[in-house]
Design a protein around this ligand. Structure first.
Ligand SMILES: Cc1cc2nc3c(=O)[nH]c(=O)nc-3n(C[C@H](O)[C@H](O)[C@H](O)COP(=O)(O)OP(=O)(O)OC[C@H]3O[C@@H](n4cnc5c(N)ncnc54)[C@H](O)[C@@H]3O)c2cc1C
Length: 366
């Protein structure tokens, strides 16, 4: 049987960062993905906060400096503001620095960096099961590893293989590309447009990423129909390249290490509940998992070091984000109440909520 020190399943942001950290740490690393083209089809809004904004949420500046390096040639536009739009069209605009990236280019660029660090990258190779230290691929190929990192997204085969069953709601997501609107702000829309979720316009270089995500579909209405209605309201056609996918939202899990297996990114349920953004946490958790795997291989440091590391860096803000979402979700099913709540807390409150500082009585990162 083939053997590697570390096998990483999934070459999304979590897997590529994990493979890079493991390879840089001296581990013989294999990175597998079942896609024919990495990063495609795009199932993403393609928005990322700057490292500075991320540091405002996660108190781990060294980790962010090491792992959160957005390839500049994948950036489509720098954005400066976020506007929250109430169910009745009131707009609340506040500063938020970020970028939109071409996810199609972004995933490839991160995988190429992992290869550059010495990881072997193979695709399309689907993984069907993991038994302890053994990874089983489609067609029966078996690969042995001292550590297996499951970075295979929200429907993770690796997570299922080790019995990881977190509390979560799978949000249904749909996205497309449309012409315009183009400015340097991202817009998110609340209310019946996307019940218990939100819809967005994120400007790219010459067009816009549009989409929405919902916790559950209102009776008889499909995800496509919700998007059609949203686009019709903005006098836009159906858009191009529609894709549908999932985002797992729930409290952060207790642990992510199961014997020789470690989970990262969406496979580990590490998504910011307040906005559904999971790329930054995928990159940070992937990096920590890869680094812990390399140490484990090199000098026998227990793999459980990864659980300590991701908890220290990510747990408190993710936990708080979930509680902020649970709090604000009480108004989400009833547009008049939601509109009233948004006017009541105003632009400062919405800004603070996105930064996990509101409501104060939930405690900052407590
Ligand atoms: C519509 C939509 C919009 C979003 N918008 C944003 C946004 O604007 N900003 C943001 O930060 N987050 C956004 N997210 C969330 C974000 O896309 C994810 O959190 C992020 O991609 C997680 O990265 P990951 O590496 O953990 O998983 P993924 O990016 O899902 O990567 C997993 C990889 O594993 C591979 N894989 C899966 N199963 C197997 C298998 N069995 N064998 C081999 N390979 C496998 C897949 O092909 C994939 O390449 C959005 C999600 C959706 C669905």
């Amino acid at each position: 049987m083939e053997r590697y020190d570390v096998v990483v399943v999934g070459a999304g942001p979590a897997g590529s960062l994990a493979a890079r950290a493991a390879a840089e740490g001296g581990a013989r690393t294999l990175l597998l993905d079942h896609r024919v083209e990495l990063g495609h089809p795009v199932q993403c809004g393609e928005f990322l906060p700057t490292a500075l904004e991320l540091s405002d949420l996660f108190d781990c500046p060294e980790l962010i400096a090491e792992a959160y390096d957005v390839p500049s040639n994948t950036v489509l536009r720098a954005t400066r503001t976020m506007t929250c739009v109430s169910p009745y069209g009131h707009r609340f605009r506040f500063p938020l620095s970020g970028y939109t990236v071409s996810r199609r280019a972004f995933d490839k660029a991160l995988a190429i960096r992992a290869e550059g660090a010495g990881a072997a990258l193979e695709y399309p190779v689907g993984v069907t099961e993991v038994h302890g230290n053994e990874v089983v691929c489609a067609g029966g190929r078996r690969v042995g590893a001292s550590v297996v990192i499951g970075a295979d997204g929200p429907l993770s085969t690796v997570a299922r293989s080790v019995g990881f069953a977190p509390v979560r709601t799978m949000f249904r997501m749909i996205t497309a590309t449309v012409d315009g609107p183009l400015d340097d702000g991202i817009d998110i829309y609340f209310g019946r447009t996307a019940p218990h979720g939100y819809a967005w316009f994120f400007p790219r270089a010459y067009d816009a990423n549009v989409g929405l995500g919902v916790a559950r579909l209102p009776g008889g209405v499909s995800l496509d129909r919700l998007l059609d209605r949203f686009l019709e309201r903005h006098r836009l056609g159906p858009g191009r390249e529609r894709t549908r996918w999932w985002v797992p939202i729930g409290p952060p899990p207790d642990r992510l290490v199961y014997g020789p297996v470690a989970l990262a990114g969406d496979a580990a349920n590490l998504v910011m509940a307040t906005n559904g953004g999971g790329i930054p946490t995928a990159m940070l958790s992937g990096w920590l998992a890869g680094r812990a795997a390399a140490r484990h291989v090199r000098d026998g440091t227990p793999l459980g070091e990864y659980d300590d590391a991701w908890r220290a860096a990510l747990f408190a803000p993710l936990d708080r984000a979930f509680r902020v979402l649970s709090f604000s979700d009480r108004a989400a099913g009833f547009d008049p109440l939601l509109a009233l709540g948004m006017r009541y807390i105003g632009v400062a409150g919405l800004d603070a909520m996105m930064r996990l500082r509101w409501p104060p009585r939930l405690g900052r990162n407590s």
